[in-house]
Design a protein around this ligand. Structure first.
Ligand code: AMP
Length: 192
């Protein structure tokens, strides 16, 4: 199963992706993680991306496309994947469709985790403390929210138009949200 996970920064997308990986046995592809690895390794791409990420803006589409094409060509994604953090704008969504069409492996479902903005800002501030992320200061968070609203939210329409979108409420416990996602995907749920 090939799944795209959508949601605002702090919607719990990364947490849910990690749990879905366990429950569904699919690899997790997170462009944020791939970028942070490149930053930590100090690669040329990482050096360029770091400043952009620290402003809460989007790394250029062509850089991201190269990264995602490379990841999707690896053997472990043959049975599917959970894509988290990509696509981030309609152009990326279109590029992803084209890559997957070429590979003959289209997206099966897009899950949108819906959440309230105030809750998101509180969650992100908390995560910044726990993980020591340098792109989680209040100013950067506000910019990331703005970038999300302006550029990423339209991706929801891309998948809705293709009939692939399922919306899930992101409030409640982590387990409650996970069960909503799994039932939306019509896969086995925890007993009880
Ligand atoms: P994330 O961990 O998904 O919140 O991503 C952290 C940061 O990495 C974002 O704020 C962007 O600067 C960058 N990033 C991650 N994924 C993408 C993408 N698909 N396109 C552009 N920039 C991205």
């Amino acid at each position: 199963m090939r799944i795209v996970l959508l949601g605002a920064p702090g919607s719990g997308k990364g947490t849910q992706a990690a749990l879905m990986v366990e429950r569904l046995g699919l690899p997790h592809i997170s462009t944020g993680v791939l970028l942070r690895e490149a930053v930590d390794k100090g690669t040329e791409l990482g050096l360029k991306a770091k400043a952009i990420m620290n402003r809460g803006e989007l790394v250029p589409d062509e850089v991201m496309l190269g990264m995602i094409e490379d990841r999707l060509s690896q053997d472990d994604v043959s049975s599917g994947f959970i894509l988290d953090g990509y696509p981030r704008n309609p152009a990326q969504a279109k590029a992803l469709d084209e890559v997957l069409e070429r590979l003959g492996t289209p997206i099966d479902e897009a899950i949108q985790i819906d959440i309230d903005t105030e809750l998101v800002i509180a969650r992100i501030a908390n995560r910044a403390k726990e993980e020591g992320r340098t792109d989680d200061t209040e100013e950067v968070v506000r910019n990331r929210m703005r970038v999300y609203e302006e550029q990423t939210a339209p991706v929801i329409d891309h998948y809705a138009g293709g009939g692939l979108l399922v919306r899930v409420l992101g409030v409640g416990s982590i387990e409650e949200v996970l069960e909503r996602i799994l039932s939306a995907l019509k896969v086995n749920q925890a007993p009880g």
